[in-house]
Design a protein around this ligand. Sequence first.
Ligand SMILES: Cc1cc2nc3c(=O)[nH]c(=O)nc-3n(C[C@H](O)[C@H](O)[C@H](O)COP(=O)(O)O)c2cc1C
Length: 324
Amino acid sequence: MDLASRSSPRAPARLPFTAPWLLAPMEGVTEPCYRDLVLRRNPADALGGAFTEFVRVSVASIPRAVISRHLGPSRFAQPVGVQLMGNDLEHLARTACNAVAAGAPLIDLNFGCPAKGAIAGCAGSALLRDPRAIERVVRSVADAVEVPVTAKMRAGFDDASRVEELARAAEQGGAALLTVHCRTRAEAYCESVEWSRIARAAAAVSIPVCGNGGIATHADLERMRSETGARFAMVGRGALADPWIFSGCTVSRGTAARFLVEYAETMRARHQWPAGGIAARIKQLLRYWTAGGLVPDAATRTAWLRERDGAVLLGRLEVIAREP
Ligand SMILES: Cc1cc2nc3c(=O)[nH]c(=O)nc-3n(C[C@H](O)[C@H](O)[C@H](O)COP(=O)(O)O)c2cc1C
């Protein structure tokens, strides 16, 4: 597509989400194996959509084949948006076109990553210091593709004093939806959350807002909407603790263990060998896991996490997975 071809503003494209609850993009977690298992376990009227891990766009555009790997082989009723992170307008726009060619139903832009590398490269949360840059990035991508372009930002860089201005910048750039992670870059992943910042952003714009940060239970999803005015709610670590959080199902210990066993089997079957090995990915979930009473107390969690032999860990899970 000729990137300069569209000059006049256009109405934001229709959002393809099937329900108001969304699975957050999480680098090192929401790759296709894990994401597909969560999508398969939550009906489309409970979990409305998901995102890839962020795809870093820096010195060149990212080819379609790479984006296809992020999208994975399975398709669901729910859309999986491709998340891009960068600041080079042309490389981002071309990558977004490649993502659409790979089948992406929407593009999400990352204005929240607090990692030192992202900030040094003036990407992710670094752009929170310059609302005009956010507007430019969103516009360059929204002008390049026909699918909806969404933005995900933190409430601010050092503090949340400019959350309204940042939200309006995303809206003016042409975002069809704005996700607000209520922590600032400085707050990293601190435990306390101020949802009032999401309410401030939602009141400042007319596009739909998605509230994110600190959702730990199924009931919190609706509470996020009623307390903030956000139309959507996004769950990150709450879904690592309980992949059924979107539907609100209570599962047995056996069902919980079967999720983890199937995750390991899926990685093996798809020849996905994460850094640190398959057991490291399972442990990453066990660090947060609450579903099914599989990790009833801190001592059990420590025991699971201290197990050095991945085969032993998986063997234990397989035994529990035979329970009803
Ligand atoms: C392991 C991990 C990886 C993450 N990777 C991304 C990412 O790739 N893109 C992004 O926008 N946010 C990323 N985040 C932030 C989450 O999407 C979410 O905004 C944050 O965890 C707050 O939500 P929560 O309190 O429900 O976990 C990540 C968070 C975690 C814990």
